[in-house]
Design a protein around this ligand. Structure first.
Ligand code: NAP
Ligand code: MG
Length: 479
């Protein structure tokens, strides 16, 4: 909570959101009680219980899929692209109008700083709906045909709850599919507010269905026989289980899984900018980012200087109340995730890496982990190979570009990478040799709806965003 600069607290008001004591499932355009149990969602910064949320069982999922099928057959697939676009534009505009409410709710339920939910998540969510609204009446120019698949079953994680929802729902609807979506157990509230936005936009009932729950609800969606398309973002482990579950069926699948990105800093890089990029790469969203720059590869000749500047910059990060507008690093999303971060960091200690963390007093309530870096990391260390999914950076060094490439690619993942150098030609040659779906040059963690995003190897398959993102929701040119 404290560091070298002191600011007066500047909390965003919570009064803008109306959190109900309990929530049902959103099926066929209405909120209904589920047949199953309920679970609680908490504010990870305070451990305050925010609401009780229905846990959808197999019968609830079946009703949601039936509603989606009816809406698909009777309404949505028959509507012209231009008409569908009107709904998507309307949703995009309502998201902008209710942006403050969405940002505050996202920060309360997830723990991310309001600065990020307000300036990154929600604007990019609206941009996704605007972007795909524009495609709805131009699908014949997509290169992937213009025939939708049917009902999409979509399962998303907790790190960017509303953004992941937008990445899934906007292209699906633009292409003429209907959806059944499950948000993560720890972050259901903005998806339920999105359901209200669908009502406000007069979206025909059943086009979007939101079923809350945990892993079993997700399993029921992906294995439902009347789901034509499965879209999943989450861990590689669950992704593999889903790939096995749909093998041998007609379901089309896209998987967006984990990552362990290299952020590569050459000695000719503009170091002040590179330091900002390293910090943004790993401490943005508490490091709960699939494409986080969690492995810093720094050229040996500048390693000492970079580390010294990095530590100085890290010491200015403000950690604490996610709703405070000055907060840079918020709460870890759950006790379970905090436990995983702690355990893997302890493995780093045991493997002989050297831990350095920002000195700060952590709040006594809630889930917190200070911005941390490990030096003396070797490629064989688990902290260099496994996703920590928290504010923990592993630092390795290299001497030549070839060594940087070899180390960067020495991972089971392949989602993203960063290159910091003054030389344009080096950027291009590095980008060609890095086995990563996205390569950022002299920047990091930049997201735009026009740009495709996705992985190689264990980071999954399929692309989301851009024209390429339409492919996952269309039957292809020949049909
Ligand atoms: P997770 O455990 O795989 O969960 C993701 C979603 O799947 C949640 O909604 C989860 O439900 C649900 N789920 C769990 N077991 C399931 C099953 N057997 N069948 C169907 N659904 C199931 O992942 P996480 O730990 O929440 O999220 C972090 C992971 O997501 C990281 O590995 C990160 O890299 C990855 N990620 C990837 C991207 C990308 O675009 N590549 C983006 C963001 C995150 P509950 O959580 O409710 O139990
Ligand atoms: Mg929560």
């Amino acid at each position: 909570m404290s560091n070298i600069f002191e600011y007066a607290p500047a909390p965003e008001s919570r009064a803008v959101v109306d959190i109900k004591p309990s929530y049902g499932l959103f099926i066929n355009g209405e909120f209904v009680d589920g047949h199953g149990k309920a679970f609680k969602t908490v504010n990870p910064a305070t451990e305050e219980v925010l609401a009780e949320v229905a846990e959808a069982d197999d019968a609830d999922v079946d009703e949601a899929v039936k509603a989606a099928r009816r809406a698909y057959t009777r309404v949505w697939s028959r509507m012209s692209g231009a008409e569908r676009a009107k709904y998507l534009y309307r949703i995009a505009r309502i998201i902008q109008e209710r942006g403050r409410e969405l940002a505050v709710l996202e920060s309360i339920d997830n723990g991310k700083p309001i600065k990020e939910s307000r300036d990154v998540d929600i604007p990019v969510v609206a941009a996704h709906f605007f972007y795909y609204a524009g495609w709805a009446d131009k699908l014949e120019h997509s290169g992937y045909g213009s025939t939708p698949l049917g009902v999409a079953g979509q399962v998303i994680p907790w790190n960017f709850p509303l953004l992941m929802l937008a990445w899934k729902i906007a292209p699906a609807l633009a292409c003429g599919n209907t959806v059944v979506l499950k948000p993560a157990e720890t972050t259901p509230l903005t998806a339920l507010l999105f359901a209200e936005i669908c009502q406000q936009a007069d979206l025909p009932p059943g086009v979007v269905n939101i079923v809350t729950g945990a892993g079993d609800t997700g399993r029921a969606i992906v294995s439902h026989p009347d789901v034509d398309k499965v879209a999943f973002t989450g861990s590689t482990e669950v992704g593999k289980a889903i790939a096995r579950a749909v093998a041998g069926t007609d379901k089309k699948v896209t998987l967006e899984l984990g990552g362990k990105a290299a952020n590569i800093v050459f000695d000719d890089a503009p170091l002040d900018q590179a330091i900002e990029g390293i910090v943004n790469g790993i401490f943005f969203n508490q490091g709960h980012v699939c494409c986080a720059g969690s492995r810093l590869l720094v050229q040996e000749s500048v390693a000492d200087e970079v580390l010294e500047r990095l530590k100085r910059r890290m010491s200015t990060l403000r950690m604490g109340d996610p709703l405070d507008k000055n907060t840079d690093v918020g709460a870890i999303n759950s006790g379970e995730q905090l436990k995983r971060i702690r355990e893997l960091s302890e493995v780093g200690d045991a493997e002989g890496a050297e831990r350095w963390e920002v000195a700060c007093d952590l709040p006594t309530k809630g889930f917190w982990f200070p911005p941390t870096l490990f030096t003396g990391v070797s490629q064989a260390h688990r902290i260099a190979r496994e996703e920590i999914f928290g504010p923990v950076l592993s630092v390795l060094t290299f001497r030549t570009p070839s060594e940087a490439i070899e180390k960067a690619n020495n991972t089971p993942f392949g989602l993203s990478a960063g290159v910091w150098t003054d030389k344009g030609s080096r950027i291009l040659s590095m980008a060609n040799r890095l086995r990563a779906g996205v390569v950022w040059a002299n920047t990091f963690n930049k997201f735009d709806p026009t740009s495709p995003f996705g992985g190689y190897k264990e980071s999954g398959y399929g692309r989301e965003g851009g024209r390429h993102g339409l492919e996952a929701y269309l039957k292809g040119e020949d049909s």
